[in-house]
Write a protein that binds this ligand. Structure first.
Ligand code: HEC
Length: 106
Protein backbone atom coordinates (compact mmCIF):
# COMPACT_ATOMS: atom_id res chain seq x y z
CA UNK A 1 0.00 0.00 0.00
CA UNK A 2 2.58 2.58 1.10
CA UNK A 3 5.50 1.27 -0.92
CA UNK A 4 5.96 4.74 -2.47
CA UNK A 5 7.54 5.77 0.84
CA UNK A 6 10.48 3.41 0.37
CA UNK A 7 12.07 5.13 -2.65
CA UNK A 8 11.63 8.61 -1.16
CA UNK A 9 13.15 7.44 2.13
CA UNK A 10 16.10 6.01 0.25
CA UNK A 11 16.52 9.34 -1.57
CA UNK A 12 16.44 11.25 1.69
CA UNK A 13 19.19 9.07 3.10
CA UNK A 14 21.35 9.72 0.06
CA UNK A 15 20.73 13.45 0.36
CA UNK A 16 21.79 13.69 4.04
CA UNK A 17 25.58 13.48 3.55
CA UNK A 18 25.40 16.20 0.87
CA UNK A 19 23.58 18.59 3.21
CA UNK A 20 25.91 17.73 6.12
CA UNK A 21 28.90 19.04 4.13
CA UNK A 22 27.54 22.61 4.31
CA UNK A 23 28.38 23.27 7.94
CA UNK A 24 26.76 26.47 9.11
CA UNK A 25 29.24 28.89 10.65
CA UNK A 26 32.20 26.93 9.33
CA UNK A 27 35.33 28.96 8.65
CA UNK A 28 35.59 29.82 4.96
CA UNK A 29 38.62 29.00 2.88
CA UNK A 30 41.16 31.71 2.15
CA UNK A 31 39.94 34.09 -0.56
CA UNK A 32 42.33 35.37 -3.21
CA UNK A 33 43.44 39.04 -3.07
CA UNK A 34 41.47 39.71 -6.26
CA UNK A 35 38.31 38.33 -4.65
CA UNK A 36 38.72 40.38 -1.45
CA UNK A 37 39.52 43.53 -3.42
CA UNK A 38 36.51 43.06 -5.71
CA UNK A 39 34.12 42.30 -2.84
CA UNK A 40 35.36 44.64 -0.11
CA UNK A 41 37.81 47.37 -1.13
CA UNK A 42 36.56 47.84 -4.70
CA UNK A 43 33.15 48.82 -3.32
CA UNK A 44 34.66 52.25 -2.59
CA UNK A 45 38.15 52.39 -4.10
CA UNK A 46 38.23 53.25 -7.77
CA UNK A 47 34.54 54.16 -7.65
CA UNK A 48 34.78 57.80 -6.62
CA UNK A 49 34.24 56.99 -2.91
CA UNK A 50 37.82 56.20 -1.90
CA UNK A 51 41.05 57.18 -3.66
CA UNK A 52 42.56 54.89 -6.29
CA UNK A 53 44.97 52.53 -4.50
CA UNK A 54 46.02 50.21 -7.34
CA UNK A 55 49.13 51.08 -9.36
CA UNK A 56 50.45 53.53 -6.73
CA UNK A 57 52.96 51.16 -5.11
CA UNK A 58 51.64 52.04 -1.64
CA UNK A 59 53.68 50.19 1.03
CA UNK A 60 52.05 46.91 2.08
CA UNK A 61 52.55 47.82 5.78
CA UNK A 62 50.54 51.04 5.34
CA UNK A 63 47.74 49.21 3.49
CA UNK A 64 47.56 46.60 6.28
CA UNK A 65 47.50 49.27 9.00
CA UNK A 66 44.76 51.33 7.34
CA UNK A 67 42.63 48.24 6.61
CA UNK A 68 42.79 47.20 10.30
CA UNK A 69 42.37 50.65 11.85
CA UNK A 70 40.34 52.60 9.31
CA UNK A 71 41.06 56.18 8.32
CA UNK A 72 38.55 59.07 8.35
CA UNK A 73 35.73 57.90 6.06
CA UNK A 74 37.13 54.41 5.72
CA UNK A 75 35.95 51.68 8.12
CA UNK A 76 38.31 49.26 9.91
CA UNK A 77 38.11 45.57 8.99
CA UNK A 78 38.30 42.93 11.74
CA UNK A 79 40.16 39.61 11.43
CA UNK A 80 36.75 37.90 11.27
CA UNK A 81 35.99 39.91 8.10
CA UNK A 82 39.41 39.65 6.46
CA UNK A 83 41.70 37.01 7.98
CA UNK A 84 45.36 37.89 8.72
CA UNK A 85 46.49 35.59 5.88
CA UNK A 86 44.04 37.21 3.45
CA UNK A 87 45.08 40.73 4.47
CA UNK A 88 48.77 39.88 4.13
CA UNK A 89 48.23 38.61 0.57
CA UNK A 90 45.86 41.51 -0.23
CA UNK A 91 48.30 44.20 0.93
CA UNK A 92 51.14 42.78 -1.18
CA UNK A 93 48.83 42.39 -4.16
CA UNK A 94 47.54 46.00 -3.94
CA UNK A 95 51.10 47.25 -3.50
CA UNK A 96 52.27 45.64 -6.73
CA UNK A 97 49.09 45.51 -8.87
CA UNK A 98 48.97 47.75 -11.95
CA UNK A 99 46.49 50.62 -12.22
CA UNK A 100 43.11 49.87 -13.82
CA UNK A 101 41.84 52.12 -16.59
CA UNK A 102 38.22 51.75 -15.46
CA UNK A 103 38.92 53.04 -11.92
CA UNK A 104 38.28 56.65 -10.88
CA UNK A 105 39.62 58.70 -7.97
CA UNK A 106 37.62 60.48 -5.30
C1 HEC B 1 33.33 52.25 2.69
C2 HEC B 1 34.29 52.62 1.70
C3 HEC B 1 35.67 52.00 1.77
C4 HEC B 1 36.00 50.67 1.78
C5 HEC B 1 35.05 49.47 1.75
C6 HEC B 1 37.44 50.61 1.81
N1 HEC B 1 37.97 51.86 1.84
FE1 HEC B 1 39.95 52.33 1.91
N2 HEC B 1 39.48 54.33 1.97
C7 HEC B 1 38.20 54.85 1.90
C8 HEC B 1 38.27 56.29 1.99
C9 HEC B 1 37.08 57.24 1.94
C10 HEC B 1 39.65 56.63 2.10
C11 HEC B 1 40.27 58.02 2.28
C12 HEC B 1 40.42 58.25 3.76
C13 HEC B 1 40.96 59.63 4.09
O1 HEC B 1 40.42 60.61 3.59
O2 HEC B 1 41.92 59.72 4.87
C14 HEC B 1 40.38 55.36 2.10
C15 HEC B 1 41.77 55.27 2.18
C16 HEC B 1 42.48 54.09 2.02
C17 HEC B 1 43.93 54.01 1.92
C18 HEC B 1 44.89 55.20 1.93
C19 HEC B 1 45.01 55.69 0.49
C20 HEC B 1 45.92 56.89 0.35
O3 HEC B 1 45.87 57.51 -0.72
O4 HEC B 1 46.67 57.20 1.28
C21 HEC B 1 44.24 52.68 1.78
C22 HEC B 1 45.63 52.08 1.61
C23 HEC B 1 43.00 51.95 1.78
N3 HEC B 1 41.95 52.83 1.93
C24 HEC B 1 42.91 50.58 1.67
C25 HEC B 1 41.71 49.86 1.67
C26 HEC B 1 41.64 48.42 1.59
C27 HEC B 1 42.84 47.50 1.50
C28 HEC B 1 40.31 48.10 1.62
C29 HEC B 1 39.68 46.72 1.56
C30 HEC B 1 40.09 45.83 2.60
C31 HEC B 1 39.55 49.33 1.74
N4 HEC B 1 40.44 50.38 1.76
C32 HEC B 1 38.17 49.42 1.80
C33 HEC B 1 37.04 54.13 1.78
C34 HEC B 1 36.92 52.74 1.81
Amino acid sequence: MKTWLVPSLALAMIAVPVVAQQKLGAVQGVRSPEQVYAKVCGYCHGRNVGPVILGRHLPAEAITYIARHGQNGMPAFRPTEITPAELDALAHWISTAPARKEEHGQ
